[in-house]
Design a protein around this ligand. Structure first.
Ligand SMILES: [Zn+2]
Length: 269
């Protein structure tokens, strides 16, 4: 019998969102379902009308424990972003966004909760997220939200600046998160709409210049901007969207086989 990954009990399992649904609608085009973009060849986009969820990780008692984190993450990084963050310009270009009065611990808890859910999920979209021994450290931090967030976890964020014309043409996709290293510090990169979070899972601290942008270090939260159209992320996303589109077209043309229909489902059993 499957056990809830948070409490360890056999309970009634519920659909648990991993990256909250709101972030999938940020990039939604023309009312159609957002696509999950993956760089893996021969995979066409997985239509995911209600965002990405996993119904094999959390029981109905534990799932609501994420509400507070998710609500704050969605409000801060998406719904109220323009109200909370001031653009900082240099030579008439926006180079950063800054905000005071952010509950930085709660925001970090949202990022950690998302990373933990991605780590325990067997969903293909999160296949590159595996916290290993730190998964248990993260689980305990979620169960004891009043304690400080363990030092092994912290985050730096950036924000894409997207030119309108590119926004129209480029994307209906959400990039899957992946593991990377920044000057020897291990972590994972997640995409939350236009915000990119670099979440470390490592005993070492970030090194400069990332150190100065880390949550909980300063009263003001700073996100540097990335030029979306020049970043390699943009190139990767356009490439994978094109690839996905051509795979989708091919799959439609040849009619879906039972095998491909199975793989297009957006939930794990
Ligand atoms: Zn539970």
């Amino acid at each position: 019998m499957p056990l809830c990954r948070l409490c360890g009990n056999a309970g009634k399992f519920v659909k648990a969102h991993i990256i909250p649904e709101a972030f999938f609608s940020v990039l939604r085009e023309g009312g159609s379902a957002p696509q999950l973009v993956t760089g893996t060849p021969n995979q066409f986009p997985k239509r995911s009308p209600i965002g990405v969820y996993d119904k094999g990780i959390l029981c109905d008692t534990c799932e609501p424990k994420f509400d507070r984190f998710d609500h704050y993450g969605v409000e801060t990084l998406h719904v109220r972003f323009d109200e909370l963050f001031q653009p900082i310009s240099h030579q008439s270009k926006v180079i950063a966004y800054q905000a005071a009065g952010i509950d930085q611990k709660l925001l970090l808890q949202f990022l950690l909760a998302t990373m933990w859910r991605a780590s325990v999920s067997t969903h293909q979209f999160y296949r590159r997220i595996n916290l290993g021994p730190l998964e248990e450290v993260a689980r305990r931090a979620i169960l004891e939200p009043d304690k400080p967030v363990p030092d092994v976890f912290n985050a730096v964020m950036s924000r894409w600046v997207i030119e309108e014309s590119h926004l129209q043409s480029a994307v209906g996709g959400v990039m899957d998160p992946f593991r990377e290293r920044w000057d020897g510090v291990n972590g994972y990169r997640f995409y939350f709409g236009h915000v990119v979070a670099y979440i470390k899972a490592d005993r070492q601290d970030f090194v400069e210049p990332l150190q100065g942008l880390t949550l909980l270090k300063k009263p003001i939260v700073t996100m540097v901007t990335r030029s979306f159209d020049r970043s390699s992320d943009f190139a990767a996303m356009v490439h994978t969207v094109k690839l996905s589109h051509s795979n989708l077209t091919r799959a439609r043309a040849t009619r879906m086989t039972p095998e491909s229909r199975k793989s297009s489902e957006s939930e794990t059993p």
